[in-house]
Design a protein around this ligand. Structure first.
Ligand SMILES: [Zn+2]
Length: 189
């Protein structure tokens, strides 16, 4: 996969990037939807994108890869394999993002945060907050697809920028044409 053009084509062919009329997890409507598990279900593809993310941050010597359950677990594990680090993940407990399962981060850690698809940046911010709460350093954020130019204040690398155009129901042009809407996914599943 030599370029982001190739990656975009690959994701369209696999059905990871869908065209239609979709209700996003935010409730807003969009003509495109990223079905990230069409990427994450294929170890060969994950191996390739994870290596690109790992190579982008290898020079920062991360000591741990931190991601968010559920999709991030697959990607984070593979990025960590390329970097020779551990892979841990954040998950919700009583509605709050935390480390469970005995996962640890210390102030000596240099954390690389990995996300499959950055949309609003909300789940990335939750992971950043967890890393900071353990006083670990942040070396950056790596993602496969970025749907908005979110600024997290630290180096962020996305393999594919796919800016989202979304509408609330009242101003959605597809709703105005009475096009049937699909509800393809829910947040963090
Ligand atoms: Zn609509």
């Amino acid at each position: 996969m030599a370029s982001t053009v190739d990656l975009a084509r690959e994701l369209h062919e696999r059905g990871a990037i869908l065209s239609g009329h979709f209700r996003l997890s935010s409730g807003r409507h969009s003509a495109t939807f990223v079905q990230k598990f069409r990427i994450l279900e294929d170890p060969q593809l994950v191996e390739v994108v994870a290596r690109e993310i790992a190579d982008a941050f290898r020079h920062e010597y991360p000591t741990v890869v931190v991601s968010a359950a559920v999709g991030g677990i697959v990607l984070g594990f593979e990025v960590a394999r390329h970097l020779g680090t551990k892979a841990i993940f954040v998950e919700k407990e009583d509605g709050r993002a935390v480390l469970r399962r005995g996962f640890t981060l210390t102030q000596n850690d240099r954390a690389l945060v990995v996300e499959d698809v950055i949309t609003t940046g909300g789940s990335v911010r939750e992971v950043l907050d967890v890393v900071r709460s353990h006083r670990a350093s942040l070396v950056g954020i790596g993602a496969i697809v970025r749907r908005a130019p979110v600024d997290f204040g630290i180096p962020t690398v996305a393999l594919l920028d796919l800016p989202i155009e979304s509408f609330d129901e009242a101003s959605c042009p597809q709703c105005a044409r009475s096009e049937a809407i699909a509800d393809p996914g829910s947040r963090r599943t």
